[in-house]
Design a protein around this ligand. Sequence first.
Ligand code: SAM
Length: 281
Amino acid sequence: MNQISEPGTTFGGSWTEKKLEILERYIDAYTTALKNKPFKLIYIDAFAGTGYVESQDKDAEDFIHGSAARAVGITDRAFDKLIFIEKDQSRCLELENLRQKHSYRDIQIENVDSNDYLKNLHKDWRKYRGVLFLDPFATQVQWSTIETIASFNALDTWILFPTYAVARMLPRSKKPDDIRPGWAKRLTIVFGDESWRNLYQISPQLNLFGTVEHERASGVNGLIDIYKSKLESLFQDRFLSKSRTLKNSKNSALFEFLFCVGNPSGITPAKRIAKHILERI
Ligand SMILES: C[S@@+](CC[C@H](N)C(=O)[O-])C[C@H]1O[C@@H](n2cnc3c(N)ncnc32)[C@H](O)[C@@H]1O
């Protein structure tokens, strides 16, 4: 673990460190595997933050390297290009410091919404291979963005699915159409359709007033399964069914860490490496 004392942003506890370690190990192995291939290697951090994360470990240094700094730190076979997308302007200024420290590297900072950026990203993907990291706070990743990424056939993609945030939008028990309209709209943007409504079954018990109520099964497995089956339909063999549940100190599932391969020719090694890392960290 890289530990340093620089300004950053507080993003969470040891699940954050686990997430970053999985990503770092993957990009390290990925760049080594493609060392002698004739591609330009690109890293896209779609929710880049500042480059640094405040450590939750009281015994450790104050800050640890965030995803952007870790990607810059891969030097055995360095990425040829790094794109850091960050909506918050002050965080972009911190990223600018990181860029200046590594001025010899091709680092591009985009102070925009990552969904807009990725959906309008046009590259000759025959020349590029790379890794994309989707690390939102909550429900910011749109399904239409995932569809665009799948069409590139070039970027191995790590996705943080916001289990906790989605579950909070889905009350256990409800009357028909009892979910806040704003939340229903957001869920449909995240899932790309209304499949999340299938989580509700008619409750066997009528409520006190005799009206029909719907219930969602306890736990979060149902909603994760819907998202995973959508990824599998889209990416087919490029989707890795093994994933990692990231939990907070109270053992609540916060995010599901998911992986999809970019180019079909890389399915076997990419899945092998990702699975190996997920099983060990
Ligand atoms: C969990 S943090 C990212 C942490 C970072 N990956 C790291 O390891 O250091 C999420 C970041 O996404 C940014 N963000 C939120 N919505 C965004 C959007 N729609 N497009 C781009 N960035 C966004 C936030 O400002 C925040 O810095």
